[in-house]
Design a protein around this ligand. Structure first.
Ligand SMILES: Nc1ncnc2c1ncn2[C@@H]1O[C@H](COP(=O)(O)OP(=O)(O)OP(=O)(O)O)[C@@H](O)[C@H]1O
Length: 250
């Protein structure tokens, strides 16, 4: 399967400290790639840098096989990205925000399509974001990633704050969108979604890929979810026990 999104030796600084170190990943076209890892392991920093929302320190970001590292604005335009729900502008309505993202709110809603139903977006559209709950803001933030209709979307922990029905419906809507050709990358803290919905993934630790999860590994995980959970938790505990930040990376 051809690569849609890829990185080679990507590194990212946060406040002068190296948060992402030498990450090389390849995401195949029309697949869902899941990133897991401990809090602070670099998932958000990696995803934001790939999506052009954060500067890259070194390495390469490719889209459709083309080196787009120097074209941060181009990456931001090519990749749908859900903003931090807490940073959505409180005085605006969801409809206004989606209109800003896509240039036109009707076009935005057409592009979001069935994902709007999973998010039960309609009752939120004309409410001030400042009057929405945390989960409702999260629904609006996720919708933003689809409003401009890109073929690549990056979602950072999309299931945070969602109630069980919304999480279930969103997982199915994302799976359907991937089956229709979307290339999706998400950070996840939920091993069930990783094993049941993703075609590939990786476990990050201290800003590096500690474990690559290919299609065969995730197929095994689906066969024996309890064993996958036990192995992954053990891996994460092992990584957490080994955490150290060398002075030269500060
Ligand atoms: N705004 C920031 N300013 C400075 N350092 C930051 C900032 N955000 C994150 N970091 C640092 O970058 C490193 C990676 O953090 P990052 O947010 O990428 O991790 P994460 O894996 O997404 O964590 P979580 O699971 O908690 O969301 C951490 O050491 C963190 O302290």
């Amino acid at each position: 399967m051809s690569e849609t999104l890829g990185t080679s030796s990507l590194s990212v600084l946060r406040d002068g400290a190296r948060a992402v170190r030498d990450i090389s990943l390849s995401v195949a076209a029309g697949t869902w790639f899941g990133l897991i890892g401990a809090n602070g392991s670099g998932k958000t920093s990696f995803l934001r840098a790939v999506a052009g929302r954060l500067a890259v320190e070194g390495g390469v970001v490719r889209i459709d096989g083309v080196d787009r590292t120097a074209d941060r604005a181009g990456r931001a335009a090519a990749i749908g990205y859900a903003p931090d729900a807490a940073m959505l502008p409180a005085p605006l309505t969801a409809r206004a925000v989606l209109g800003i993202v896509a240039g036109d709110s009707d076009r935005a809603l057409a592009a979001i399509g069935g994902i709007a139903d999973a998010l039960v977006l309609a009752p939120l559209l004309d409410r001030r974001i400042g009057a929405c709950s945390a989960g409702q803001r999260q629904r609006i933030a996720i919708a933003c990633a689809f409003a401009a209709g890109q073929g690549i979307a990056i979602l950072d922990e999309p299931f945070n704050w969602l109630d069980p029905v919304a999480a279930y419906d969103l997982r199915h809507a994302l799976t359907a969108r991937v089956a229709a050709g979307l290339t999706l990358v998400t950070a996840l803290h939920d091993l069930t979604t990783l094993s049941s919905a993703c075609q590939a993934g990786a476990l990050l630790a201290e800003g590096r890929v500690a474990l690559a999860l290919d299609a065969a590994a995730l197929a095994d995980a689906r066969t024996d979810p309890a064993a996958f959970e036990a192995q992954t938790i053990a891996h994460l505990r092992g990584q957490a026990a080994n955490v150290s930040i060398p002075d030269q990376d500060r």
